[in-house]
Design a protein around this ligand. Structure first.
Ligand code: 3HC
Length: 708
C-alpha cells in the first residue's frame, strides 16, 4: 500500500434486505482485470455461507456492468482465478441476479449468462464481441447462449460480435426483465427479493429445449460458413466460433466447455488476434491529443449546418441525423437542394427496403434534416461544415460568407480532403474557430474523420471537432495541415504506384487479385471504378498545373477522356454488364494500356505478386514515415486507424505500420532504398524509416517528432 492510502477493492460485498450485493468496481468499464474474478468468487462464497442472504445480485459500479475480460492481459502470462466464476455460479444454492446497465460484453455477458436471472435497464447493450479481437467467448458463452436463445441466433450474435440493445435482448430471451433504471440497484434488489424463494434455480446449462428445436435446422452451420467466407477470409476466429456453437449441439455441456477452452487457447496468440488487439487499442489512443489542456471547456454543439447539398454534404447531413442531431442543409441552388434531399431520402429508403431501418425511424431522421436556401437560415447554428466543390476560390468564398453571417462563437469546419486549411481560414476574422473536418466517401458510412489543425486553430476548436466526430459515430483522428493531410497523403503514393505498375506490365486484374488475397474486400482498380475515375482526374490536373515534376497517370486519364468513368458508365478499368456490378476483365482496356505504353515508350515486364503488394504498400509506408517526421500525424498507430477505417485495409493485419513491422523495418528500408535507386526521387527513403531500421525498433510505436 503506497503512502498508506487504502487500495479500493475491485469487488465489494454487502447485504441489504436479505440480498447479497456483489458490486464490481474496476473503472473505467469494470473489465475482469486482476483480482476481479477472485473478488466475485469470494463474494459468492460469502453469500452462499451466510444464512441471512436469500439471493444475490451482481451489479457494476460506474458506467457499465462488465465490458469483458481485460484485453490488456491477453497474450501475457497471467494469474488464473481459483475457479471459473460460471462454475461457482452453477454450484450456487441461492439465486443470483445480474443487473445490467451500460455494457455486458464478452466475459461480462458470460458471467450474466451463468447467473440465474438477468435484468437490464432500457439503454443497456449486451454482446459477445470476442471475434472482433480474434478470439472466441471463452467463459462458456458459446455453450450457454445457444441453450438460452437457440443456436441460430446465438451463432449470428457470436459470429458478428454485435451489441444487442436491451429490448432485442429481452425479445431473444437473454434478459428476463427490463427495469426502469432510474435506480437500478433498488429496482434489482426488489426483483431479487421477488425471485428469492423460487426453486428449482433456472440454470442455463441445464436448458435443452432450444437445442432440441434446432435439430430440424442442421444446415445452419454450413450456411454461416458460406455466408462469412468472403469477409472472414483466412481468419480463424469466426470459424472457431461456429465450431463451438456446433459443439453445443453435439456435445454434452461440460465437453462443449472443454472444446471452447481448447479453441480459445488456440486463438489467443494468433497473429490475427494480436493485430486485432492492437487495432482495438489504437482506436482508443487516436482520440487523445497530447498537450491539450485536460480541463478545456468545450461548447455544446446543439445545432449544426452543412453547406453544400451534393453527395458529400448529403452524406454528412445523414451522419448527423443518424445520431439524433438536428442539422440544416444549405444550398444556394434550389435544384441542387431538392436533388440532395431526394438522394438522402433514397439512401434511407434503401435501408428501409433492406430491413435495416424502420419507416418510423427513417421519418424521424428525415425530420432532423432541414433544407435551407439562404445563409441567414444557418446563422444561429453552433457549428457549420462546408462541403462545397474542392476548389480553393470556391471554399474561400463560402468561408468569407460564413464568417460574416455566423453568430460569434460558431465554429467553421471545412470538409476538404487536401486543401490548405490556413488559406481557407485566412479569409475569415476568426481563424481560431476554423479547422478541417475531412469525411471519407460515402460520408454517412465511412468511419475515419480527419480533423485538420490549422496554424491558428484554437485548442477548443480542435477538441470540439474531435468530439463532434465521435458524437456522430466517427473515429476522429488528428492531422496536421499539409497537402492531402495524413490519410490521403499516405494513400497517394499507393495510387501512383498502382497506375505506374500497369504502365510497366502488371494488369489491373492481377493487382486487384493480389490485394484481395491480402485481405482487402475489393481490389484498388475495382474501387476506382466504383468511385468514378473522373474524381481523381480533376485533382491530378490541379497537381500537374502546380508542379512541373508531377507524375500523372496517362492511362487513367485516357480512360476518362474516352468516357470510361467506371461503374456509372458501364466501363472503366473493367466492363460491367446490364447493371451488374461484377467487374469483367476487358480486352479493350488491355489494348488501351498497350497503346498508351507504346506512346510513352515504356518496356513492360512481368510482376510477382509480392512485388505488387510491397510496391503499393511500401510507397505509402515511406510517406507515412515522412508525415511522422514532420509531426503532421501524432502517432504511427493513428495512421493505422485511418487505413483500417478509411481505406479497407484488412483489420486482422493491424494496419499499414503494424503490418510493416511484421516484415521488419530493416527489410522495408532496404527495399525502399533499392527502388529509390531504380525509380528516383519519389522513393527517397524517409529519415525516420532509416532510423527505425538502424535502431531495430518498431514502426508502430513511433510518435511524431515535432507536433505541428
Ligand atoms: N479490457 C481492457 N480495457 C478496456 C476494455 C477491456 N475489455 N474495454 C474498454 N477498455 C478501456 C479502453 O481501452 C479505454 O481505455 P483508455 O481510456 O485508457 O483509452 C477505456 O476502457 C474506455 O473505453 P472506450 O473508450 O472504448 O469507451 P466507450 O464508452 O467508447 O466504449 C465499450 C465502451 C463498448 C465497452 C468498449 O470499450 C469496448 O468495446 N470494449 C471491449 C469489449 C470487449 O471486446 N469485450 C470482450 C473482451 S474479451 C473477453 O471477454 C474474453 C472472454 O470471453 C473470456
Amino acid at each position: 500500500m503506497a503512502n498508506g492510502a487504502a487500495v479500493k477493492p475491485v469487488v465489494r460485498f454487502e447485504i441489504e434486505d436479505g440480498i447479497g450485493i456483489i458490486t464490481i468496481d474496476n473503472p473505467p468499464v469494470n473489465a475482469l482485470g486482476p483480482g476481479v474474478r477472485d473478488g466475485i468468487i469470494e463474494a459468492l462464497e460469502t453469500g452462499e455461507a451466510d444464512p441471512a442472504v436469500k439471493a444475490m445480485l451482481m451489479i457494476g459500479a460506474g458506467r457499465s456492468f462488465i465490458a469483458g475480460a481485460d484485453i490488456r492481459q491477453f497474450g501475457k502470462p497471467r494469474a488464473q482465478p481459483k475457479r471459473p466464476v460460471p462454475d461457482v455460479l452453477d454450484a450456487s444454492s441461492k439465486p443470483v441476479v445480474a443487473a445490467i446497465h451500460g455494457y455486458a460484453l464478452g466475459g461480462g455477458l458470460e458471467h450474466a449468462l451463468a447467473c440465474h436471472y438477468r435484468v437490464a435497464v432500457p439503454s443497456a447493450k449486451v454482446g459477445l464481441p470476442e471475434v472482433l479481437i480474434g478470439i472466441l467467448p471463452g467463459g462458456g458463452g458459446t455453450q450457454r447462449l445457444p441453450r438460452l436463445i437457440g443456436p441460430r441466433r446465438a451463432l449470428e450474435m457470436i459470429v458478428s460480435g454485435r451489441h444487442v440493445p436491451t429490448e432485442e435482448a429481452k425479445a431473444l430471451g437473454i434478459i428476463d426483465e427490463i427495469l426502469p433504471g432510474s435506480d437500478l440497484r433498488a429496482e434489482a434488489i426488489a426483483y431479487a427479493r421477488g425471485i428469492a424463494d423460487r426453486r428449482p434455480l433456472p440454470r442455463v446449462r441445464d436448458k435443452a429445449d432450444r437445442l432440441e428445436e434446432a435439430r430440424s435446422d442442421p444446415g445452419m452451420f454450413e450456411d454461416m460458413r458460406k455466408a462469412i467466407a468472403r469477409k472472414a477470409g483466412k481468419q480463424k476466429a469466426p470459424y472457431h466460433c461456429i465450431h463451438c456453437v456446433e459443439a453445443a449441439m453435439t456435445q454434452p455441456f461440460d465437453e462443449g466447455i472443454a472444446t471452447e477452452r481448447r479453441l480459445f487457447a488456440e486463438l489467443e496468440n494468433t497473429e490475427e488476434a494480436k493485430a486485432l488487439r492492437y487495432a482495438f487499442f489504437a482506436e482508443r489512443e487516436v482520440a487523445k491529443i497530447p498537450g491539450l489542456p485536460k480541463d478545456l471547456k468545450l461548447p455544446e454543439i446543439k445545432g449544426a449546418a452543412v453547406v453544400g447539398a451534393g453527395t458529400m454534404g448529403g452524406g454528412i447531413a445523414i451522419s448527423f441525423a443518424d445520431h439524433g442531431f438536428p442539422v440544416k442543409l444549405l444550398d444556394a441552388s434550389p435544384e441542387v437542394l431538392a436533388k440532395g434531399l431526394a438522394r438522402i431520402r433514397n439512401t434511407y429508403a434503401t435501408s428501409v427496403r433492406r430491413g435495416s431501418l424502420t419507416q418510423a425511424e427513417m421519418d424521424r431522421r428525415l425530420a432532423l434534416i432541414e433544407p435551407v436556401e439562404g445563409y441567414e437560415g444557418i446563422a444561429e447554428c453552433d457549428a457549420v461544415i462546408e462541403a462545397v466543390f474542392e476548389e480553393m476560390p470556391v471554399k474561400q468564398e463560402v468561408f468569407a460568407k460564413l464568417d460574416s453571417v455566423m453568430k460569434p462563437g460558431a465554429l467553421l469546419f471545412s470538409n476538404t480532403s487536401a486543401l490548405d486549411i490556413d488559406a481557407i481560414a485566412s479569409v475569415t476574422t476568426r481563424p481560431e474557430a476554423v479547422a478541417g473536418t475531412h469525411f471519407f466517401v460515402p460520408a454517412n458510412v465511412m468511419k475515419t474523420f480527419e480533423v485538420v489543425n490549422g496554424a491558428k486553430t484554437s485548442p477548443v476548436t480542435l477538441a470540439t471537432a474531435m468530439k463532434l466526430g465521435r458524437d456522430i459515430g466517427k473515429i476522429s483522428a488528428y492531422a496536421g495541415n499539409c497537402d492531402g493531410f495524413v490519410a490521403n497523403r499516405t494513400r497517394i503514393p499507393f495510387n501512383l504506384e498502382q497506375g505506374l505498375m500497369v504502365e510497366e506490365g502488371a494488369m489491373p486484374e492481377q493487382v486487384d487479385r493480389v490485394m484481395v488475397e491480402f485481405g482487402y474486400p475489393v481490389g484498388p482498380f475495382a474501387v476506382n471504378d466504383m468511385s468514378g475515375l473522373d474524381i481523381s482526374y480533376a485533382t491530378r490536373k490541379r497537381r500537374a498545373a502546380a508542379d512541373p515534376n508531377y507524375r500523372g497517370l496517362p492511362i487513367t486519364d485516357r480512360l476518362v477522356e474516352m468516357g470510361r468513368l467506371g461503374q456509372k458508365t458501364g466501363a472503366g478499368w473493367y466492363r460491367y454488364a446490364n447493371n451488374d456490378r461484377t467487374p469483367i476483365v476487358d480486352p479493350e482496356v488491355h489494348q488501351i494500356i498497350k497503346t498508351v505504353v507504346g506512346e510513352l515508350g515504356i518496356t513492360q515486364k512481368s510482376f510477382t505478386d509480392e512485388e505488387i503488394l510491397h510496391r503499393l504498400l511500401f510507397s505509402s509506408l515511406n510517406e507515412a514515415c515522412k508525415i511522422l517526421e514532420e509531426g503532421k500525424a501524432l502517432r504511427a498507430s493513428d495512421i493505422d486507424v485511418m487505413w483500417l477505417n478509411g481505406f479497407g485495409f484488412p483489420r486482422y493485419r493491424g494496419g499499414l505500420m503494424y503490418w510493416a513491422d511484421q516484415i521488419g523495418a530493416r527489410q522495408v528500408y532496404n527495399q525502399v532504398a533499392i527502388w529509390h535507386q531504380r525509380y528516383g526521387a519519389r522513393w527517397k527513403p524517409s529519415a525516420l524509416l532509416h532510423q527505425v531500421a538502424e535502431g531495430g525498433g518498431s514502426l508502430r510505436e513511433v510518435a511524431a517528432r515535432m507536433p505541428s
